[in-house]
Design a protein around this ligand. Structure first.
Ligand SMILES: [Ca+2]
Ligand SMILES: [Ca+2]
Ligand SMILES: [Ca+2]
Length: 250
């Protein structure tokens, strides 16, 4: 009995020491803060920028951590990260954000199942696995598609930064409705001419909701700029756009 106790106990102590070593000294993942939140008005375009705020080089274990809002959550699947992590950023964003001009490549895409509005623009708490939470009330989060919310609840131009230190800013503001008459793609009035075609060609294939400059190229106002619009455009070519109906889809 006495002999048995002496042989088992050291083994338990050894396992315990190994577990402790792996969990603390070797690598962690709990000093990441929710640093910046961005959303457009309908919550279809969002990003969460985390930042390692402790200057700690080995906080590589982001994988398995849970991002949660009051109503939704998902698990971070990216990691372990490559050290050093000190003061780095980690960008989690919607695929719709990743497609915008000026967007740095997200480190992880927010799963479609928690969209739109992973976090509620009207007030929410965004939490990184209980290690850090950014809580904001109604009217605090900008939704103009330009500005974002910082951890100190100040706002400013969105500044997404990823783990590779690529940063940028996006314009997710809603495109204005086309202010021109039908077929006057580039504005300025006059007949529908090659200048209008040049703008149309530039906008072809672009989502008009992401570009105010291309709003007039979606001639049938169905949210895409494609051959159907070209057919309408071709039919108007040479005509005086000032006499056209103001809205091609009317
Ligand atoms: Ca930022
Ligand atoms: Ca024109
Ligand atoms: Ca169209």
């Amino acid at each position: 009995m006495n002999v048995k106790a002496k042989t088992v106990a050291p083994g338990i102590v050894l396992v315990g020491m190994l577990s402790l070593g792996a969990g603390t000294a070797a690598a962690g993942g709990h000093t990441w803060d929710v640093n910046e939140l961005f959303s457009n008005a309908d919550g279809t375009i969002q990003f969460i920028e985390l930042r390692e705020g402790n200057g700690t080089p080995n906080e590589v274990n982001t994988q398995g951590k849970v991002m949660s809002s009051d109503a939704k959550n998902f698990t971070i699947t990216v990691g372990p990260l490559e050290a050093p992590t000190s003061n780095k950023h980690f960008l989690i964003a919607t695929a719709s954000f990743a497609a915008l001009d000026g967007a740095p490549t997200p480190d992880m895409i927010i799963p479609a199942g928690v969209l739109p509005m992973f976090f509620d623009t009207g007030g929410d708490s965004v939490d990184y696995s209980t290690w850090d939470t950014l809580t904001f009330g109604a009217g605090v989060l900008p939704t103009d598609g330009i500005n974002s919310l910082n951890a100190d609840l100040t706002t400013g131009m969105n500044s997404p930064t990823n783990y590779a230190d690529e940063s940028g800013s996006v314009d997710a503001s809603p495109a204005a409705a086309c202010p021109n008459t039908c077929g006057d793609v580039n504005g300025g009035g006059g007949p529908v001419d090659l200048n209008d075609f040049a703008t149309f060609a530039t906008c072809f294939g672009i989502d008009p909701s992401t570009s105010t400059a291309c709003a007039c190229s979606d001639l049938n106002e169905d949210g895409t700029i494609n051959l159907n619009d070209f057919a309408t455009f071709a039919g108007l070519f040479g005509e005086s756009s000032t006499t056209s109906i103001p809205n091609c889809s009317d």
